[in-house]
Design a protein around this ligand. Structure first.
Ligand SMILES: Cc1cc2nc3c(=O)[nH]c(=O)nc-3n(C[C@H](O)[C@H](O)[C@H](O)COP(=O)(O)OP(=O)(O)OC[C@H]3O[C@@H](n4cnc5c(N)ncnc54)[C@H](O)[C@@H]3O)c2cc1C
Ligand SMILES: NC(=O)c1ccc[n+]([C@@H]2O[C@H](COP(=O)([O-])OP(=O)(O)OC[C@H]3O[C@@H](n4cnc5c(N)ncnc54)[C@H](O)[C@@H]3O)[C@@H](O)[C@H]2O)c1
Length: 457
């Protein structure tokens, strides 16, 4: 027999966004039911940001040690995946156990339900035999799921998504990575630094196709110099698997067959929100899911990856703050994604904010750009080994401020900080030109790129 439970707010999906919304509302005294079918905390702590960055930190240590010859003496480097797998199990994920996160939510006053929520309408969901009715609001924070491309044979193979890679206790001898985006490249480089023979196959004509072409060229060059093989513009036609020989892949433009012990599919993610559920919630079938208060309709909010404005943890927490304020009836700035920052944590890191040059041109802006190689700055020259990188600025010449920027290089994600502020606050170029840049820092490359931008127009 089915039962009905009332709540003020029902949150579907307690990943980064849902956990933040549910926890904050519960702390504010709102009667919240939070529903999670898997682990409270979502993709980021268990299979995403945190474990991948532990791998990257370890891989970067190996790479730095290998840079010692010619710079600081000799180093004999022997890699061991054991401490990385152990850290991911013990420190990051508690062996993929969310007890602490559940307690954090219930201690705040939330009512926790483990199970898959079926959204029945703008004010109700069902989990098993229980219907939960929300008197004040429904929050949809169901995240994204990996997309598997319709490649002949792929579905019948035991390929990895990010989850398989994050859970790896031992490393394969060889890895084929489908997709040269953030997930594919971060994992590819980290695994390769531990001795895995890695091949990346990207369907678009360059890896990191969403970022500046200079970034794609930079990272492809660095990866190839580290011994990885990178194929771009080579869509995969067929995948096969055999226990004895592993994976075999054929791709247009790649002679013969590619073989590897493991295959990672990292070809993008899609929101966990079907067209039927959009309709059930009263959203249009296509286009923006939410308004600038993150409302789908009057009493239904969405937050995080599912919104489709950037699949990043910082977007999920940004959305969560806005939803919490709006549910509580508090004032605050509306959601604004014009200065969306993102960092691909390869080495060198590719930090970017706002529009790329081509995106700015597509918007019809009068675009002017400035560029500076990291190795030509004093700090980059001193740094020497591992100094690949650049700063690229994209300005709206008519408005006189930056609309986008890329900082690739050592600490590229940190250098991004002031560029993100400049794009966010639409700081006039004249202000950026008149400030003092500490010497010798990587961010002084911004000052040089500004000079280049002025010289260009
Ligand atoms: C390998 C990898 C590395 C990443 N690295 C970074 C990084 O360095 N920096 C960064 O900013 N971002 C990174 N991300 C992205 C980041 O993980 C996501 O942006 C973030 O997790 C989004 O949070 P969310 O709450 O929107 O979604 P999720 O974390 O996906 O949470 C959604 C939750 O909803 C639950 N759910 C879905 N449907 C239902 C239902 N019907 N009923 C009940 N529960 C449901 C799911 O089980 C899940 O727990 C990475 C992602 C991956 C895969
Ligand atoms: N550092 C970070 O912040 C970070 C790290 C990892 C993931 N993420 C988030 O997760 C999202 C998903 O990551 P992702 O790397 O899966 O997606 P992505 O969209 O960033 O990259 C997918 C890549 O796969 C390529 N591709 C698509 N179909 C293909 C095919 N059939 N064969 C070969 N290549 C194909 C695309 O052209 C693209 O380059 C990212 O967009 C990002 O928002 C963020």
């Amino acid at each position: 027999m089915s039962t009905t439970e009332q709540a003020e707010v029902v949150v579907v999906g307690l990943g980064v966004a849902g956990e933040a919304v549910g926890g904050a509302l519960a702390k504010a005294g709102v009667d919240v039911v939070g529903i999670e079918e898997n682990l409270v905390g979502g993709e980021c702590p268990y299979w995403g940001c945190i474990p991948s960055k532990m791998m990257i930190r370890a891989g970067n240590l190996l790479a730095e040690a290998r840079r010692i010859p010619g710079m600081a003496g000799r180093a004999a480097v022997t890699s061991d995946w054991g401490p990385v797998a152990h850290r991911i199990r013990e420190e990051a994920t508690a062996n993929w156990d969310d007890t602490i996160a559940v307690e954090r939510f219930t201690d705040a006053g939330g009512r926790f339900v483990r199970g898959r929520a079926e959204i029945l309408g703008p004010d109700r969901v069902r989990v098993g035999d229980t219907e939960y009715v929300a008197s004040r609001g429904l929050v949809v924070s169901t995240g994204t799921e990996p997309v598997a491309p319709p490649i002949d044979g792929l579905a019948d193979t035991p390929y990895w998504t990010n989850r398989g890679a994050m859970e790896a206790e031992t490393l394969p001898a060889s890895l084929l990575v489908l997709g040269g985006g953030a997930i594919g490249l971060e994992i590819a480089q980290a695994f390769a630094r531990f001795g895995v023979e890695v091949t990346v196959v990207e369907a678009a004509d360059r890896i990191l196709p969403m970022e500046e072409p200079e970034a794609s060229e930079l990272i492809a060059g660095v990866l190839e110099a580290e011994g990885l093989t990178v194929h771009a513009g080579t869509p995969v036609r067929h995948v096969a698997y055999d226990d004895a020989t592993g994976f075999t892949v054929t791709a247009d433009g790649v002679p013969g067959e590619l073989r590897a012990e493991r295959l990672l599919v990292a070809t993008g993610r899609r929101p966990r929100l079907s067209r039927e559920i959009r309709a059930t919630l009263g959203a249009a079938p296509d286009g923006d899911l939410v308004d600038d208060r993150l409302r789908i309709t009057d009493r239904v909010w969405a937050a995080g990856d599912v919104v489709g404005k950037g699949a990043f943890t910082h977007v999920a927490t940004y959305h969560a703050d806005i939803v919490v304020r709006d549910v509580l009836g508090q004032d605050g700035p509306p959601a604004d994604h014009h200065a969306l920052p993102r960092v691909t944590f390869t080495d060198p890191e590719v930090g970017a904010v706002g529009l790329t040059e081509s995106a700015a041109r597509e918007e019809g802006l009068t675009v002017v750009t400035g560029f500076q190689q990291a190795s030509s700055t004093t700090r980059g020259w001193i740094h020497k080994a591992g100094n690949d990188g650049f700063v690229k600025l994209v300005a709206d010449a008519d408005a006189g401020y930056l609309v986008g920027a890329t900082s690739a290089g050592p600490h590229g994600g940190e250098v991004l900080g002031m560029l993100a502020l400049a794009v966010h606050a639409r700081v006039p170029l004249t202000e950026l030109e008149s400030m003092i840049y500490a010497y010798p820092t990587f961010h002084r490359g911004i000052q040089e790129a500004l000079k280049d931008l002025r010289a260009a127009g």
